[in-house]
Design a protein around this ligand. Structure first.
Ligand SMILES: [Ca+2]
Length: 482
């Protein structure tokens, strides 16, 4: 891109005239505070894929997918190689990104009916009383937008616009939850703010439309700090991509999606450069959980898949870029997680995370900044599957707790023994050292007990859980009649 291309020409090249920049919920030029030339709080962009695996990007070892833009982002920034989500599935994982808390803390570890995620017309939703990362930043003067898949409640009181986002464009839950897959469900809704604008959503153009919406939001918000949360619908199955990418990758429809997301990421980074805000913007690229054991994704070299507490279910590829602030071409293997983004962003925005409640995340700016000797702020990290605590990590050690297998069936579930892995040398969790390191097992069991008391385990409640939101008579999201 020509660096001298001015904003108008750039936007024209993207097919975005000035008129198309008028977006509901965004302030106009006279309402904005220009901070150009001053040391100002950074903009934040979180690109959050759905079910993208640890081994699905070139910069994380994929030989199948062409991801030059994300690889370039990694070359200009930092790869986090021990970056976790708090669950192997969508809803609980997203509740942690939004609140900086474990899913059980905010009671979003399963649906009101005990399912592993929320389904359409769910009674449950992220409690509006929780203070989301968007609310923290909005209170600090940020423009905020959520563009993509939400999945934290589809009732009016739970939608993004009620959780700190000025603007919302996207689908409220997974792309396999429409009437096509389950007859009792409403057609998959595409929403703008609180209104269904298309049903069923044309999924082939979703990534493209999200990208256009994201660019519009960035352009409209460029003179004030902004927070863009871009939770892509892809590459969650059923995979769809626009014509330009369809059938072009070496890995079927899944690879097509990944390559379109890579293109999308390049478009956003080019937009930041063209608008002159590249050096004012921290961009994070990661995923909500690991790849599933079918559909074409890869978690290699990790073992396990989406929905499990193996590393492959919960350790995500993560790239962080902020020119001039995050050292280029580096990697960080210290344990960190999506819960850390709320306190980290709060600090960088010159504000504080909520102080009236427990926040599990910690400020990881020293890690991102490449501060010499910086260590993970977490004594322990807990791996839950639905309501069950299944594993704990402390430093290089990961202990899979002895437990009954959760699978239901006619036979009694088998008892699983404790398994201990040194993740520094055994990232694929192949050789248990439980027998030779009983002291480490005891130490991690004690940490697990702390989590049980605090967050709960199975039907046992924790001492410091907070309630989810609950709708009395949930209704489907339908295309409004004109
Ligand atoms: Ca997911």
């Amino acid at each position: 891109m020509n660096r001298n291309m001015d904003r108008r020409n750039f936007l024209k090249a993207l097919g975005l005239g000035a008129a198309s920049l008028a977006m509901p919920g965004c302030l106009n030029a006279s309402q904005r505070t220009s901070r150009a030339g001053e040391e100002r709080p950074p903009n934040f962009i979180i690109i959050f894929c759905d079910d993208l695996g640890y081994g699905d990007l070139g910069c994380f070892g994929s030989k199948k997918h062409r991801t030059p833009n994300i690889d370039q982002m990694a070359a200009e920034g930092m790869r986090f190689t021990s970056f976790y989500v708090t669950s192997g599935v969508c809803t609980p994982s997203r509740s942690s990104l939004m609140t900086g808390c474990y899913p059980r803390r905010v009671n979003m570890h399963q649906s009101a009916r005990g399912e592993w995620v929320l389904f359409p017309v769910a009674a449950k939703g992220l409690n509006p009383k929780e203070i989301t990362i968007a609310e923290v930043l909005k209170r600090a003067g940020y423009a905020t937008a959520c563009i993509g898949k939400w999945h934290l409640g589809d009732q009016p009181q739970f939608l993004p616009t009620k959780q700190g986002f000025d603007y919302y464009f996207g689908i409220p839950y997974s792309n396999d939850m429409g009437a096509k897959q389950r007859k009792q469900n409403p057609p998959l809704p595409l929403m703008q703010n609180e209104k269904v604008i298309e049903a069923p959503a044309d999924q082939t153009t979703l990534t493209k439309r999200y990208t256009e919406q994201a660019i519009k939001f960035i352009a409209t918000s460029k003179d004030r700090p902004f927070f863009l949360y871009l939770p892509h619908t892809m590459p969650h199955n059923p995979v769809h991509s626009s014509e330009r990418f369809r059938g072009k990758s070496a890995n079927g429809g899944y690879g097509d999606c990944v390559e379109e997301i890579d293109w999308s990421t390049g478009q956003l980074l080019n937009t930041l450069k063209a608008l002159g805000i590249d050096r004012h913007t921290l961009v994070i690229f990661t995923s909500d959980n690991g790849a599933a054991n079918r559909w074409g994704g890869s978690n290699l070299p990790l073992s396990g898949f989406k929905g499990s507490t193996a590393e492959g279910g919960m350790r995500e590829p993560c790239v962080v870029r902020w020119p001039g602030k995050i050292p280029a071409g580096t990697a960080c293997d210290e344990l960190s997680c999506t819960m850390d983004l709320l306190p980290t962003f709060a600090k960088l925005a010159g504000t504080k995370p909520p102080t009236d409640r427990i926040i599990d995340g910690r400020d990881i700016w020293p890690l991102m900044a490449g501060k010499k000797g910086a260590k993970s702020p977490h004594e322990a990290f807990y791996y839950y599957f639905r309501d069950q605590l299944q594993a704990v990590r402390c430093g290089k050690w990961k202990l899979h707790l002895p437990r009954k297998q959760s699978r239901r069936g006619s036979k009694p579930p088998p008892q699983l023994p404790a398994r201990l892995y040194d993740l520094n040398v055994d990232i694929a969790e192949k050789s248990s050292l439980a027998d030779t390191h009983p002291d480490v097992v005891q130490r991690l069991l004690a940490l697990a007990e702390k989590a049980r008391q605090d967050l709960g385990d199975g039907s046992k409640k924790g001492a410091h859980q907070r309630p989810a939101g609950l709708a009395v008579s949930p209704k489907p999201l339908l295309l409004s009649s004109k």
